[in-house]
Design a protein around this ligand. Structure first.
Ligand code: SAM
Length: 402
């Protein structure tokens, strides 16, 4: 292993191919500590990384790494040598810091289960990136939005309430710019047996109604507020609802902030049809996921105080990777609703896109999953559903929260 004063190792091509992480040391490593490092990397860089040390620092050069296996391997070695309080006590601290520093590196690619650092950056480097972004024009479709910045308070009679009614009508009674975040899963028009029975009308009527409700949602949303729509296209009708909904919001000058793929892993879903079996004539594609389309009104940045952000570092790191594996809701028969989304899905969206104290609206509230999550996370809520029965269930669920 190269130590103080050693030349750069022979096998690693050049150190500049690697991302360098430097961990300061208060004294040089002992012989036993150096042996320990030697056991990990052998100094060749063959594993995609190598170490260098001198009197003041441990330098970790990395270009590809399976971060989990790396951390596991080192923790095992430390355990074998008497654990974190044994002869490796200092290295235990040093590696803890190294793991954190590795995790905080944001720019990497993934190949064969390993993170690719330095060479990935070089391959992808775009010179004058900022300038080019400016020249292309981000969200050009939403620049001339003309949204008002003034905020209004949500009137008390709508605060933390479940309201039975047609949301298009109920929302008309709200002032503009009084809601921080809308999250909802509209009726999908699949012909599901909702309490009020109105699911499965012709598509034009469906979108006309849906967009009239969304018009109101946009109006009541604050400047910088977000709309998150969980939507499942009806693949068998070849209606890409998620694209149509995105197109609608972009036409209304909202910024498309992104798309989350909700992987449900429901391989037992009822799509048993194959289309044209074993023939390219017309195979039928099957999906185990749904979409969450995320939009912002006026600005991608949402005002709020840092103390009111309740997402942890770990949650943030995991959830910005926009594929969420969450099992479908299991309690649908208990609450007697055919199309609930799981609380976990809403919890993640609320923590990632809103602050504590924000007001959350669900205009297709069903049995109140959004409001339950909002209440648990110290957000205000307003839930509207056309079915009195679902609203009663939502009230009951909210009362059960201590
Ligand atoms: C997919 S479900 C939402 C379920 C909800 N996410 C939950 O977890 O309970 C859609 C809901 O929209 C409601 N709905 C349909 N048309 C509506 C309208 N015009 N106004 C308000 N609610 C409506 C239905 O009664 C149904 O409960």
């Amino acid at each position: 292993m190269p130590t103080s004063g050693d030349a750069a190792p022979e096998n690693p091509d050049t150190a500049s191919d690697y991302l360098l992480i430097t961990i300061p040391l208060d004294s040089p490593l002992s012989g036993a500590e150096k042996d320990f490092l030697g056991m990990i990397d052998g100094g060749s860089g063959k594993n995609g990384f190598f170490f260098e040390t001198d009197e003041q620092a441990l330098r970790f050069y990395v270009r590809s790494l399976d971060t989990k296996a790396f951390a596991r391997g080192i923790r095992d070695l430390i355990r074998k040598r008497g654990g974190p309080d044994g002869e490796c006590a200092r290295l235990h601290q040093v590696f803890q810091e190294l793991f954190e520093r590795i995790e905080s590196v944001r720019s990497y690619g993934i190949r064969g289960g390993k993170r690719i650092y330095a060479t990935y950056n070089r391959e992808r480097k775009v010179s004058g990136r900022q300038h080019k972004v400016k020249a292309r024009g981000s969200f050009f479709y939403a620049l001339d939005h003309g949204f008002e910045r003034t905020e209004n308070a949500l009137p008390e009679e709508f605060r933390n309430r479940i309201i039975a009614g047609d949301s298009g009508e109920v929302l008309r009674a709200l002032p503009s710019n009084c809601i921080d975040l809308v999250i909802t899963s509209p009726p999908y028009n699949f012909g599901l047996g909702y309490d009020t029975g109105e699911d499965g009308v012709d598509w034009e009527r469906y979108f006309e109604k849906l967009f009239s409700v969304f018009d109101e949602c946009i109006r009541v949303l604050k400047y910088g507020g977000r709309v998150i729509v969980n939507i499942q296209p009806l693949f068998s009708d070849y209606i890409p609802s998620h694209h149509l909904v995105s197109h609608y919001f972009m036409q209304k000058k909202l910024i498309w902030k992104g798309e989350i793929l909700w992987e449900k892993h429901n391989y037992n879903c009822k799509y048993t049809a194959w289309g044209s079996w074993k023939s390219p004539s017309n195979p039928y594609l099957k999906y185990t996921w749904e979409f969450l389309e995320v939009f912002a009104k006026g600005d991608l940045k949402k005002e709020g105080s840092r103390e009111n952000a309740d997402i942890t570092a770990d949650e943030f790191k995991k959830w910005v990777v926009a594929k969420w594996s969450i099992a479908p809701e299991k309690q649908m028969s208990r609450y007697d609703h055919p199309a609930m989304f799981p609380e976990e899905l809403v919890m993640r969206a609320l923590k990632l896109f809103s602050y504590e104290g924000d007001i959350i609206l669900d205009p297709f509230n069903g049995v109140g999953t959004t409001c339950v999550a909002a209440k648990k996370l110290n957000r205000g809520y307003l839930g509207i559903d056309i079915s009195e029965k679902y609203c009663e269930t939502a009230e009951r669920r909210l009362k059960e929260i201590l």
